[in-house]
Design a protein around this ligand. Structure first.
Ligand code: ADP
Ligand code: MG
Ligand code: MG
Length: 251
């Protein structure tokens, strides 16, 4: 589903190379964890997948279902089924969460050549999905993420995933700011959405989140490269021994 081949990318503004020959393959149905020390390029990788213009790809390719996404803008990536959840989700003042969701769902339908949802269908879908997340409809009248607590932002993020049913979900959690309740919201949400035709890239500095989302594969990032891949036991090894050993080995 996702194939990143010898990716090199730099900061557009000053040309600093951050991603330095990164290779990664994630299959449909797989939950891949990306771990790595602070500054290794984890968030940069997620921004590049999102198509942010602050970064330039100078070499290599990113294939999604066999097709390069490098020429696609962020909106095209989103309607094609790529969903990104960031550590600091964007606040959208002046747009009620409900309205945001409706536009996002209808954009996706339009891209597939489908009619916009009837308002009653839309409300029914939102009620159903928000109910499973213990979200009340009052919250959905507020502007997206504006003044939301950490847990509310995570609920809103999972709600978007439940409604948009993306195929490739990238979560840059950097769990540092998440309390155990917010962690569980994310983990339960991800686990409920696991399916053979969907893949997840769960980016995390700590092993903690992976106690709740058990990954199929674990990849360690250092200085903009994947330096080691393994199964879930690699995350435990990192928790016990830290990053220094593995990164030293790779160097
Ligand atoms: P991680 O998420 O693994 O902690 P980041 O991707 O945030 O790492 O950052 C990787 C490196 O790139 C860091 O040294 C960071 O300071 C640098 N970096 C990333 N984006 C920018 C930017 N827009 N401007 C300057 N430095 C950046
Ligand atoms: Mg960081
Ligand atoms: Mg980060």
């Amino acid at each position: 589903m996702l194939e990143i081949k010898n990716l090199h990318a730099r900061i557009a503004e000053d040309g600093t190379e951050i991603i330095r020959g990164l290779n990664l393959t994630v299959k449909a149905g797989e939950v891949a964890a990306i771990m790595g020390p602070n500054g290794s390029g984890k968030s940069t990788l997620s921004y590049i997948l999102a198509g942010r213009e602050d970064y330039e790809v100078t070499e290599g390719d990113i294939l999604y279902n066999g097709q390069s996404i490098l020429e696609m803008d962020p909106a095209e990536r989103a309607v094609s089924g790529i969903f990104l959840a960031f550590q600091y989700p964007m606040e959208i003042p002046g747009v009620a969460t409900m309205e945001f969701l409706k536009v996002a769902m209808n954009e996706q339908r339009k891209a597939r050549g489908e009619e916009p949802l009837k308002i009653s269908e839309f409300i029914a879908k939102v009620k159903q999905a928000s109910g499973t997340l213990n979200m009340d409809m009052g919250m959905l009248k507020r502007p997206l993420n504006v003044g939301f607590s950490g847990g509310e932002k995570k609920r809103a993020e999972i709600l978007q995933m439940k409604l948009l049913q993306p195929k490739l979900c990238v979560l840059d959690e950097t769990d540092s700011g998440l309390d155990i309740d917010a962690l569980k919201i994310v983990a339960d949400g991800v686990n409920s959405l696991r399916s053979p035709d969907r893949a997840f890239l769960v980016i995390t500095h700590y092993q903690r989140l992976l106690e709740h989302i058990v990954p199929d594969s674990v990849h360690v990032l250092s200085r903009g490269q994947v330096v080691k891949s393994g199964d879930k036991s690699l995350a435990l090894e990192l928790e016990a021994n830290g990053y220094a050993g593995i990164i030293g080995e790779a160097a």
